[in-house]
Design a protein around this ligand. Structure first.
Ligand SMILES: *[C@@H]1O[C@H](CO)[C@@H](O)[C@H](O)[C@H]1NC(C)=O
Ligand SMILES: *[C@@H]1O[C@H](CO)[C@@H](O)[C@H](O)[C@H]1NC(C)=O
Ligand SMILES: *[C@@H]1O[C@H](CO)[C@@H](O)[C@H](O)[C@H]1NC(C)=O
Ligand SMILES: *[C@@H]1O[C@H](CO)[C@@H](O)[C@H](O)[C@H]1NC(C)=O
Ligand SMILES: *[C@@H]1O[C@H](CO)[C@@H](O)[C@H](O)[C@H]1NC(C)=O
Ligand SMILES: *[C@@H]1O[C@H](CO)[C@@H](O)[C@H](O)[C@H]1NC(C)=O
Ligand SMILES: *[C@@H]1O[C@H](CO)[C@@H](O)[C@H](O)[C@H]1NC(C)=O
Ligand SMILES: *[C@@H]1O[C@H](CO)[C@@H](O)[C@H](O)[C@H]1NC(C)=O
Ligand SMILES: *[C@@H]1O[C@H](CO)[C@@H](O)[C@H](O)[C@H]1NC(C)=O
Length: 432
């Protein structure tokens, strides 16, 4: 188990815009569109759902109705209505006499119901607080406006609701893109596969900066691509392995050099979005201290063991010669899962792994050690990452023997949802 933290410098800011800064469809059929924004005290949701009946939105820690806080609203005969239910311990809904949710706007037209509603993020009397924990958002809608206590959600979606607004991509006029993608790779007929492919560092006349890293998922293959990681590689001793060679990762076909590709450049997993670097930062490419080549690791899911599925997904990288003020790197801290296994005592109800990074400086590749100086480095985003057994992750930070406030935590970690979390304020790390 390990977590990853992006590291760099200077001050970041995020201003609440009038617009909703996050939005997505909750279902593959694009029936239920959810947008939201938040401030210090409240979260405001905006839903557009293709129904003339009720719309449901609920908050849950585990995806069940038990202890879930559920809001129903809609328009009936031109009149708005709304109600707040709470999931009892038996999973049955009970109507609340005072609603914690406030319907702010409603409209029903063209076979669609549009609603705006808000709620406090947390409070002493609230049954569900919205925190840094990954929320399981329950959603549903009905054909009629008949809301009752025996309704069930139509689906569940993990969301990190308190994600800060992504920085606006600032694009200089000299950007160009490179693609680290598979090329009609046959997804193996097994439930889970880690598939690796190498890419030569593009021929560049000078060091450049990567400013946007975006996942590219081949249309139709969304269900197969579980996660992707790009690693930087420095060791190059096996002939012909650094330019398009493909193999099952960690298998006997994997070139020995690839085991040394352990500098994570970018990680994406289901539910994640692209990585836009703040405008004062860039990730160095093609410089003399940069990786000699890159390795793309695909985690394919194929639960039905389908045969003959071809995939050309990967990561696209936008580069610029207009270098930014600060170099970005990735600092991995935590507990690395040792090959071939990690031991958790049987029947343990809970088991904690601690990863210490007492001299974090030495964890940055010696090639990149020049990033540390007396001012330290600044961290602006964190990816909390663990494998299937991971339930909770917490990243904290000590200085002069004192524990500083948590940098990031998730008590409700979902392996299938690993989103890079931007921080509102950059955190300074000093070399220790
Ligand atoms: C999504 O749409 C397809 C095709 O129209 C339909 O067969 C399927 O039942 C829909 N799924 C849901 C969850 O509504
Ligand atoms: C926070 O958001 C809520 C809901 O959108 C709004 O009613 C409230 O005025 C906002 N508070 C501040 C301080 O902006
Ligand atoms: C409801 O939505 C329709 C279509 O977008 C729009 O024409 C109408 O003005 C809206 N009504 C209200 C009260 O906002
Ligand atoms: C929500 O947070 C408040 C503090 O803001 C706390 O008093 C309350 O117990 C929390 N409620 C739950 C259900 O965790
Ligand atoms: C709404 O529910 C009531 C009581 O359960 C039932 O009598 C009525 O037929 C329902 N209406 C619709 C449109 O389903
Ligand atoms: C790109 O922008 C720079 C300054 O930001 C300017 O000097 C240069 O002329 C521009 N180049 C093109 C091709 O527009
Ligand atoms: C993908 O493979 C095909 C067939 O081998 C080849 O013609 C094509 O150039 C490759 N595309 C890329 C982007 O490497
Ligand atoms: C990697 O090693 C091969 C020989 O093993 C050499 O031809 C190639 O230039 C090296 N590539 C880089 C980027 O150092
Ligand atoms: C971020 O910094 C501002 C200004 O220094 C401060 O008011 C605010 O409390 C900080 N927010 C967090 C979450 O640390």
């Amino acid at each position: 188990m390990y977590f990853l933290a992006f590291v760099l410098s200077c001050l970041g800011s995020s201003v609440l815009a009038d617009d909703y800064f996050h939005s997505l469809y909750l279902d593959p059929n694009k029936t239920y569109h959810l947008s939201w924004k938040f401030n210090k005290s409240h979260i405001e949701f905006h839903t557009e759902v293709k129904t003339l009946g009720y719309v449901m939105l609920g908050l849950s820690t585990d995806g069940n109705l038990e202890n879930a806080d559920v809001f129903f609203a809609g328009v009936s005969n031109g009149q708005p209505y709304s109600s707040n239910y709470y999931g009892n311990s038996d999973g049955k809904l009970s109507l609340q006499s005072i609603s914690e949710w406030h319907l702010m706007y409603s409209n029903e037209s063209n076979m669609e119901t549009t609603l705006t509603f808000s709620r406090e993020l947390s409070g002493p009397n609230m049954k569900m607080n919205i925190t840094q924990n990954t929320m399981r958002v329950l959603w549903g809608y009905g054909k009629t406006d008949n809301v009752s206590d025996n309704l069930q959600p139509d689906g569940v979606k993990s969301l990190y609701l308190l994600q800060e607004q992504l920085p606006e991509p600032v694009m200089p006029n000299d950007t160009f893109a490179i693609q680290f993608r598979m090329n009609d790779t046959q997804i193996p007929k097994s439930k889970t596969t880690y598939w690796c492919k190498s890419f030569e560092t593009p021929q560049l006349d000078e060091q450049v900066h990567a400013i946007v890293l975006s996942p590219y998922i081949q249309e139709g293959n969304e269900a197969f691509v579980h996660h992707m990681i790009v690693y930087g590689c420095y060791r190059n001793t096996t002939k012909g392995i650094n330019n398009g060679y493909e193999a099952k990762c960690y298998s006997k076909n994997m070139p020995i050099d690839w085991y040394f590709c352990n500098e994570v450049v970018f990680g994406w997993a289901i539910g994640g979005s692209k990585f836009v670097l703040p405008k004062h930062t860039g990730m160095s490419f093609g410089g003399k201290d940069d990786p000699v080549y890159y390795l793309l690791e695909m985690h394919y899911d194929n639960p039905q063991e389908k045969e003959g599925v071809l995939d050309s997904s990967g990561i696209d990288i936008t580069l610029t010669k207009s270098k930014r003020q600060y170099n970005v790197g990735m600092l991995s801290v935590g507990y690395v899962v040792p090959q071939p296994m990690q031991v958790i005592p049987p029947y343990a109800k809970e088991f904690k792994y601690y990863g210490h990074c007492e001299a974090c400086g030495s964890m940055i590749k010696p090639e990149r050690n020049n990033q540390w100086n007396e001012d330290g480095v600044k961290m602006f985003a964190v990816l909390l990452h663990a494998h299937l057994a991971g339930r909770k992750i917490r990243l904290h930070h000590y200085r002069d023997g004192k524990k500083l406030p948590d940098i990031m935590y998730d008590e409700n970690y979902d392996f299938n949802y690993q989103e890079l979390r931007y921080m509102k304020n950059e955190t300074t790390l000093l070399q220790g």
